[in-house]
Design a protein around this ligand. Structure first.
Ligand code: ASP
Length: 582
């Protein structure tokens, strides 16, 4: 028996008990006549004591040789500690050791195994197994486990069945590139790893499973923007015989359950906002509504003066920064530099100070008088003491720029509180999205999303205006889930694929199996998928998903610990009938 108790378990009530502990050496303190050793496992830390008077010479010597992270087993008696440590649960006791076994020695770790470590990110990733010994990482993994348990409990109680779907499949279009796997047995052919189990979960509905979920890995080969992973986890769900309302209610229930069980927070009914309103009011389809600073569109009150920058713009739009009038000229100049950075891309920024005495002072006073500026304040909701920041240009670009500024300022003002939760449904997404690069329409969600009733006819005349039965769940400015009511008949699916530029042959080759299934009695169905990594990070009050993944990849998609991806040898290439041409 390696241990009778864990290192986090013993209390004053255990005094005089004979116990055995196993774990890692956190640290040792050697006073010559006395040695203290902190032994650590997942559950906590217990102090071991060796002293000249009560321990044999051999035992003292053994203790003195222990190094950090040695794996040890200690047997002994629980005694009361002379100087108690109120900071740890085992702080009232210590273990007077009678037998010490070194189970394994250890090299000095390349960084300290402490809550605040001296190891940089790259080093910690390379030695992730050591990083996992640290409380912050360990606790995040345990936290993630709690969330997935709650998800499973909740959905199972609602009659959902967890079904596994295959990883070696054919492409599922979710807007990214596929990771592909060559098939040895089928020369020249490739599997794709699923970007999501989308088509399979729909087939499960055709199969009569009625309510499906799966906590599942998805793979998307895309350029890794900050905080994305090439493989990530979804809570993937699908339901038959449902309308949008049923899905929203079911998954609002799940989210409320998680907020309550995990965070102890009760939230009201989730507000709903159309995609168009979200873009107009926040410049963003995943608005953070923990704070206001809504956009005010200023075209009507700022155009047709002599200021041509505004006159020539498609959209003039501003936000009121609460208390922003305290910013110095220098601080405002810095803000202007910030919006001009290539990452944001604004050409400049106009501002207007709202003075305490009710007067205004703007950077464009030459063109606008006090009455004009009062209208700006009215439209943006600015009060005395605020600063109005105004951007102008092409609608889509300027919305994205002002949205970035809004988030940055809210962050600086401390308005994005990690213990506050503001969920929101964004609904009525466009069905299609224009892609500048390919000069074509793409499915905004995916090709299986149904248009709103009666809008199919618009596909030919005004494709950009067709709305979809699609919805996103947004939490604190992050999209944590998204889904749609699906097309469930072959002819609509064929029309949709045609509009997305698939020829009949291409549609048949890629999605024939789904179209065929639709001919055998497909029920109306719909679903949603949550990004588990991000959901867990947000519930955990953080925003970096890597911190909640046991073995994450870096920004170049590499696992620096196992050093993957890696070349394969010629023999393996030959077996796969592959030749490299680099
Ligand atoms: N498969 C979709 C996605 O991964 C989710 C859904 O439509 O249910 O975004």
């Amino acid at each position: 028996m390696y241990r009778s108790h864990t290192c986090g378990e013993l209390r004053a009530t255990d005094i005089n008990k004979e116990v055995t502990l196993s774990g890692w050496v956190q640290k040792t303190r050697d006073k010559g006549f006395m040695v203290w050793v902190d032994i650590r496992d997942r559950y906590g830390i217990t102090q071991l004591i060796f002293d000249e008077e009560r321990s044999s010479k051999a035992l003292m010597e053994q203790a003195q040789k222990l190094g950090r992270e040695f794996v040890i087993q200690a047997k002994g008696t629980v005694i009361e500690r002379a100087s108690k440590n109120p900071n740890i649960p085992t702080g009232d006791i210590e273990l007077l050791v009678s037998e010490l076994n070194i189970l394994n020695d250890a090299l000095l770790p390349p960084f300290t195994i402490e809550d605040e470590t001296d190891g940089g990110e790259e080093l910690r990733m390379q030695y992730r197994y050591l990083d996992i010994r640290r409380n912050p990482v360990k606790n995040n993994l345990i936290f993630r486990h709690k969330v997935t348990q709650e998800v499973r409990n909740y959905l199972s109680k609602q009659s959902f069945v967890e079904v596994e779907t295959p990883y070696l499949i054919k492409s599922t279009p979710e807007g990214a590139r596929d990771f592909v796997v060559p098939s040895r047995m089928n020369e020249g052919e490739f599997y794709a790893l699923p970007q999501s189990p989308q088509t399979f979960k729909q087939l499960l509905m055709v199969g009569g499973m009625d309510k499906y979920f799966q906590i599942v890995k998805c793979f998307r080969d895309e350029d890794l923007r900050a905080d994305r992973q090439p493989e990530f986890t979804q809570i993937d769900c699908e339901m038959a015989f449902v309308e949008q309302e049923d899905i929203l209610n079911t998954f609002e229930g799940l989210t409320r359950h998680l907020l309550k069980e995990i965070n102890g927070v009760e939230v009201d009914t989730f507000p709903r906002m159309t995609f168009d309103d979200a873009m107009r009011l926040y410049g963003n389809d995943k608005p953070d509504i923990r704070f206001g600073m809504e956009f005010g569109e200023l075209n009507a009150v700022a155009q047709h003066k002599d200021f041509n920058v505004f006159n020539n713009a498609e959209l003039v739009v501003g936000i009121a920064v609460p208390g922003g009038n305290t910013y110095t000229r220098k601080e405002i100049d810095k803000l202007i530099d910030w919006v001009k950075r290539p990452q944001v891309g604004a050409l400049g920024m106009v501002y207007c100070r709202c003075n305490d005495d009710g007067t205004y002072k703007s950077s464009v006073d030459k063109f606008y008088d006090q009455d004009d500026l009062a209208k700006w304040a009215d439209v943006t909701g600015a009060k005395a003491g605020d600063l109005i920041c105004v951007l102008s240009g092409d609608t889509n670009k300027v919305r994205a720029q002002l949205s970035a500024l809004r988030m940055e300022l809210a962050e600086r003002l401390g308005l994005r509180k990690s213990d506050e939760f503001a969920p929101l449904w964004v609904v009525d997404f466009p069905l299609l999205e224009w892609d500048e690069d390919t000069e074509r329409y793409h499915a905004m969600h995916h090709p299986f999303t149904s248009p709103k009733p009666g809008q199919l006819e618009l596909l030919d005349s005004k494709p950009g205006e067709v709305k979809a039965n699609a919805y996103d769940l947004v939490l604190n400015g992050n999209e944590i889930g998204g889904g749609s009511i699906r097309i469930h008949d072959k002819s609509t699916q064929a029309i949709m694929l045609k509009h997305l530029g698939f020829s009949d042959e291409e549609a048949r080759a890629q999605f024939g199996f789904l179209m065929d299934a639709f001919e055998y009695g497909a029920p109306p169905h719909g679903g949603i998928a949550f990004g588990l990594d991000r959901l867990v990070a947000i519930l955990g009050g953080q925003e970096t998903i890597r911190d909640f993944i046991a073995f994450p990849k870096n920004n170049s998609g590499r696992d620096v610990m196992i050093d993957a991806p890696a070349p394969i040898d010629n023999e393996q290439l030959q077996e796969l009938n592959l030749k490299l041409d680099l």
